[in-house]
Design a protein around this ligand. Structure first.
Ligand code: FES
Length: 107
């Protein structure tokens, strides 16, 4: 297996309704995850990008959240419409998408 240059963690955490932390699930992470997998398939970047659905990665109230390593770039409040830019500009283009990155007090 080739070593990927980017590892993308997509939070898919759900919590019961009314939970004080909320969750990325209640903010629409399922649609974001579906789009991530769609864009991944479209670009056939299987050797360079690894996608992992993960549990909570921290700031639940800012979700849906995506974390990209090795840089440790954190995207918050991601929508389905943002995903193509994350692929084109960051995962394949090499430049993190500044407008989608979490603010410094979050990450
Ligand atoms: S539930 Fe997604 S970061 Fe906590």
């Amino acid at each position: 297996m080739p070593r990927p240059s980017k590892h993308v963690f997509v939070c898919t955490q759900a919590r019961p309704p009314g939970h004080p932390r909320g969750s990325c699930s209640e903010k629409g992470c399922a649609q974001v995850m579906d789009e991530v997998l769609f864009q991944f398939q479209q670009r056939q970047c299987f050797d360079t990008v690894q996608i992992t659905a993960t549990g909570c990665i921290g700031p639940c109230g800012q979700g849906p959240n995506i974390l990209v390593y090795p840089e440790g770039v954190f995207y918050s409040g991601v929508t389905k419409e943002d995903v193509a830019a994350i692929f084109d500009e960051h995962l394949l283009g090499g430049t993190p998408v500044a407008r989608l990155m979490a603010p410094p007090d979050v990450w």
